[in-house]
Design a protein around this ligand. Sequence first.
Ligand SMILES: O=C([O-])CC(=O)C(=O)O
Ligand SMILES: [Mg+2]
Length: 219
Amino acid sequence: MTKVEVSFKHLPTTAVSDATGGHTNLRSDIKPLADHFKIAGRAVTVRLPDGENGAVLEAIRAASEGDILVIDAKGNTNRAVAGDFVLSLAKGIGVQGFVVDGVIRDIAAIRELDFPVFSLGTTVAAGNKNGGGKVNVPIAIGGVTVHPGDYIFGDVDGVVVVPREDAERIVAAAEVKLEKDEIRAQEAHANGKESIIAYLDKVCASTKPIPNATMPRHN
Ligand SMILES: O=C([O-])CC(=O)C(=O)O
Ligand SMILES: [Mg+2]
């Protein structure tokens, strides 16, 4: 694992989002199946035709240990991109998780498998297997473009993408933000209500007063 990847493991998605300015957060309807799911790794991308899921197996075959499958399923909520069997294959070869703007099925068994999936929800119907689909091409998912090899972070707050070339800068900025948050919390809670009020007074005094709002004239 690279130094960047080691750092990323402990960073919450909120700190990564603060560091990126929030421009590459996936839409918030892509949610983890369980609150404890946390992923941080490189993307293997998949672009699926609407309602299809055949190329998911190709992507699993192409993945390296620790990779995350990021799947553009066109927001289809009727046909499952994967179920417990396909996810068991992914888990078995060391894939870290799935992120998909589509749905999955066999939920009880997936919970049992304890494999991190972030999706739009669940369905009963299997995906079609008529072919098509592309692996490791640029995709659009949840309002964000993802390239193969980009860094993906997911936890209970959501999913953030960090373009490969920005990784070192974003790690450094996220670490700084975490430290600042820690200092702020310590200062505010150092002495119960007294320190909370002192903190609020300090912040309120430093915020710029709102300029006198004058109503527009209507002559
Ligand atoms: O067969 C499928 O398309 C999905 C499925 O149910 C599984 O992976 O268990
Ligand atoms: Mg199944």
